[in-house]
Structures are given as structure tokens and as C-alpha cells.
Design a protein around this ligand. Structure first.
Ligand SMILES: N[C@@H](CCC(=O)N[C@@H](CS)C(=O)NCC(=O)O)C(=O)O
Length: 242
């Protein structure tokens, strides 16, 4: 499947509805945690962009394996993190995963999915993540429901420190927040708290309740729920004004 560039279009459906349809297209993969293997000491590093179907596969697996990641958004036209990928891997292709625990760095979503299940899961990927072209088709359909969102870079100011986001891949509201983080090229620590995540109790203590997306910005000490408020905050704080 080609990763076609899509044009951001006004949708007659509300953002929540199109984002829900996107999750439905992937049968809500990235909703719950699967059998877990060894835990990495350090978070993984993922270079990706929200609208890329291959990146979605990898993000689903990060939720399924309850893995934290430092996400470095690389939307089309982005200048903040794309050069790092070109330098480290030799080309601009996404997703690109770096595992500082093992020194592995790799392209190709299917290889990354296999690597993650082998290293941090029960071994082989379950069918929902391993069914080759069918997975790619569903992931492509998911992006088609949100044409253009999280695809292209928008002018932005770089934060001094990465932000933090509590999320799980299948949540339609988390997608809306991630799209904006992506198009503004804002780096963030992704805390996955899918259904069954062992991290949910700590998240509840941290946030006061279990609701995602939950954004923390250490640069401004802002903490917030609600995808629409997060989008508004990110635009107002990091979107370029001129
Ligand atoms: N077979 C690769 C395909 C990856 C791919 O085609 N990624 C597209 C984005 S969806 C890409 O890197 N395009 C280049 C770019 O965005 O500059 C995989 O599964 O990871």
C-alpha cells in the first residue's frame, strides 16, 4: 500500500466520530494489553507520523505491550526530527524505531512489530497485528477516515522539554490530541494505559482519575484532559502566530 498524501478536508462528521471510525477500521487494535514479556529499562524512541498507517501498527503494539516511548513526530514537510532519521538510518522512511536498551534501530513496520513481540511480549504477534496486508489495509482505512490530520507539518515553536501524554492507540479522543502533537512536531513521552495496563493505578494516582488523553506540559506546568482543549492549548502555546 502506498502512503498517499491526503488533503485536509472539512468532514461533515464530528472529529470524535471520524476518529472512532478510524479505530473501528482496525477492529480496535491498540485497546487492551496482551501477554507481557520482559520490561525495557528505558523508553523506546519512535519516529513516526500519526496519519501513516504503518506507524499506526507500531503504535498499536506499543499499547498492546504496555510500552512507553519517546515519540518524535515526523510529519511531511517536518524539519525538527526528520533529519535525525535520515542521519541515523540513511533515509526518510517511517516508522523508524530505536531501542536504546539493545542498540537496535530499524525501519519496516512488520519487522518492528515482530521485534517488539519477541523482545517485550509473548513471542509471536497475535493475528490482529500479524495478518500482513490485511493489517495494512485496515490501518490505511483508519487514516482515510481522518484525511490529512497528523500528516503535514504546521509552523510551530519547539518546546524546551518534551511533553507527556497518557493515551492508548484505539481511543478516538487520544488520536485527536496526537494528531496535533504530530503536526506541530512536538516531542512527547507516550505513556500507554490500554485496558489491563499495569500502569493504570499509577496513572489514576497521578491524574486523579482514569481518563485519556491526559497531557502534561512541564514547560508551562499545565495538565489537562479533553482532546478539544488539548488541541486548543497546543495551537495557542506552540502554533506559530505569523
Ligand atoms: N514497508 C514500510 C512502508 C513504510 C512507508 O511507506 N512509510 C511512508 C509513510 S506512510 C514513508 O515513510 N514515506 C516517506 C515520507 O513520509 O517522507 C513499512 O511497513 O514500514
Amino acid at each position: 500500500m502506498n502512503c498517499r498524501e491526503t488533503i485536509e478536508a472539512e468532514s461533515p462528521m464530528a472529529p470524535g466520530a471520524t476518529s472512532l471510525a478510524a479505530s473501528g477500521a482496525r477492529l480496535f487494535a491498540g485497546l487492551r494489553v496482551e501477554a507481557l514479556g520482559p520490561r525495557p529499562k528505558q523508553p523506546l524512541e519512535l519516529y513516526e507520523f500519526e496519519a501513516c498507517p504503518y506507524c499506526r501498527k507500531v503504535r498499536e503494539v506499543l499499547t498492546a505491550l504496555d510500552l512507553e516511548a519517546d515519540v518524535r513526530p515526523c510529519p511531511k514537510g517536518g524539519t525538527r526530527f526528520r533529519p535525525i532519521v535520515r542521519e541515523r538510518g540513511g533515509k526518510e522512511q517511517f516508522p523508524f524505531l530505536v531501542d536504546p536498551n539493545t542498540g537496535e534501530a530499524m525501519y519496516e513496520s512488520s519487522d518492528i512489530v515482530r521485534y517488539l513481540f519477541a523482545s517485550y511480549g509473548a513471542g509471536r504477534p497475535p493475528l490482529l497485528y500479524a495478518a500482513g496486508p490485511l493489517v495494512d489495509l485496515g490501518a490505511g482505512l483508519a487514516s482515510a477516515f481522518r484525511p490529512g490530520f497528523g500528516a503535514r507539518a504546521e509552523p510551530s515553536r519547539a518546546p524546551r522539554q518534551p511533553l507527556e501524554l497518557w493515551s492508548f492507540e484505539a481511543s478516538p479522543f487520544c488520536r485527536i490530541a496526537r494528531e496535533k502533537l504530530c503536526s506541530l512536531e512536538l516531542p512527547y513521552r507516550l505513556h500507554n494505559v490500554g485496558k489491563g495496563s499495569p500502569g493504570r493505578a499509577a496513572f489514576e494516582r497521578r491524574a486523579g482519575r482514569i481518563q485519556v488523553p491526559f497531557l502534561v506540559d512541564p514547560n508551562t506546568n499545565v495538565e489537562m484532559f479533553e482532546s478539544a482543549d488539548i488541541v486548543h492549548y497546543l495551537d495557542a502555546t506552540y502554533g506559530a502566530t505569523d
